[in-house]
Ligand binder design. Structure first.
Ligand code: FES
Ligand code: FE2
Length: 374
């Protein structure tokens, strides 16, 4: 984050802390509860997600030429392969003969993909190497737009679409550069599947209102349930959350201290990702719809500096990871599953994102607008 941005945040946080307030929206937003359990609505969300760059991995997953990963996060079978020039190419993982997946492994390294059905083979640039007869002439794998930026692999799951991650991120692109996000390495990564709608993953990071109650015994001891600051950047948003450690240090003006250690910054990267600055590392949470509205998968990455991604720091990151997963699984997602189960029984098809929850209002508003456009 740039110094100027931090100074502005510090000034506004000082005001919030003095006045005991936080960023509020103009009014409450009434929202359709069935957006969490309607299959047609989920199909519309998936269609939106396939139009935007979505993070599917960290660059570290494919370090050298020939390395590949397969992915099915958005319900589209994808094969990503590191090229000999160091760049990436992504393809539909679908053979041009009769449609078998060309590659069945999750990851690996190869120069040639041999289809497991009738053995058509493809080079790692997607071109057809060998088909037994003339029928396969010019049948390369269908390419998908892919880009590496900020150390992450972004994909648009629609063939023929364009990708420009910097343009997509707008001002946040510079902000991530200010953090040198591209130099962070993946200390740990995991994909979980959970029995709840994918949007609950984001919702949990987009208000601090629930922290004192739901997380009373865990992170509620360290994080305030108020004073947060919200800013929107087009499709995306930034919620600055205040740590209680700040209270003990309030006698100095905020900008004179290492503010980045006293706040957490929750970025929402449209359409499906939360990136959290945790004071010394990032967490990335990318949520993808599952086979039905009550299931999802979640890619969680812990990103640290190369200096701290070492054995020496292992115990600390292990502890961190455990606290993280325990908190979200036993607290946030446990309540989300209960909430989801109650939706069909609501007296009316409505829930409320309050004035004190502007980040939630913004995210759901952007998603609704994107669905309406398509
Ligand atoms: S489907 Fe791939 S070779 Fe036949
Ligand atoms: Fe939470």
């Amino acid at each position: 984050m740039q110094h100027e941005t931090l100074k502005l945040i510090a000034a506004r946080l000082n005001q919030n802390l003095e006045a005991g307030t936080e960023t509020w929206a103009e009014s409450d937003l009434v929202h359709r509860a069935s957006t969490y359990n309607d299959a047609g609505h989920m199909a519309a969300e998936l269609a939106v997600m396939r139009r935007y760059p979505v993070i599917i991995a960290h660059s570290v997953s494919l370090p050298k030429a020939g390395d590949f990963i397969t992915d099915n996060s958005l319900g589209v079978p994808v094969l990503v392969s590191r090229q000999s020039n160091g760049g990436l190419k992504a393809f539909l993982n679908i053979c041009r003969h009769r449609g078998s997946p060309v590659c069945l492994e999750k990851s690996g390294s190869t120069r040639i993909f041999v289809c497991p059905y009738h053995a058509w083979s493809y080079r790692s640039d997607g071109s057809l190497l060998k088909a037994p007869s003339e029928q396969g002439k010019d049948a390369a794998l269908v390419e998908l737009p892919v880009e590496e930026r900020h150390g992450l692999i972004w994909l648009v799951a629609t063939s023929g679409a364009k990708i420009d991650v910097a343009a997509h991120l707008g001002p946040l692109d510079e902000e991530f550069q200010g953090f040198r996000l591209g130099e962070f390495v993946q200390e740990r990564g995991e994909v979980l599947t959970e029995g709840m709608n994918w949007k609950y993953v984001l919702d949990g990071f987009l208000e601090v209102y629930h922290i004192p109650k739901l997380h009373a015994a865990s992170i509620g001891r360290y994080i305030h349930g108020k004073f947060s600051l919200f800013d929107q950047f087009g499709l995306h948003g930034r919620l600055v959350v205040v740590r209680k450690a700040l209270d003990e240090k309030r006698r100095l003006p905020l900008e004179d201290r290492d503010l980045l250690k006293l706040i957490a910054v929750n970025y929402v990267i449209f359409p499906n990702t939360i990136l959290v600055w945790q004071g010394d590392h990032f967490e990335l949470w990318a949520a993808y719809p599952g086979g039905d509205p009550a299931h999802c998968s979640i890619r969680i990455l812990s990103l640290t500096t190369p200096q701290t991604a070492t054995e020496e720091y292992r115990a600390r990151w292990d502890k961190n990871w455990k606290i993280l997963l325990d908190t979200v699984q036993q607290e946030d997602w446990a309540i989300s599953k209960r909430v989801q189960a109650g939706i069909p029984y609501l007296a009316e098809d409505r829930i409320v994102f309050g004035r004190n929850e502007p980040a939630l209002q913004h995210f759901h508003g952007q998603l609704r607008a994107a669905i309406e456009v398509s």
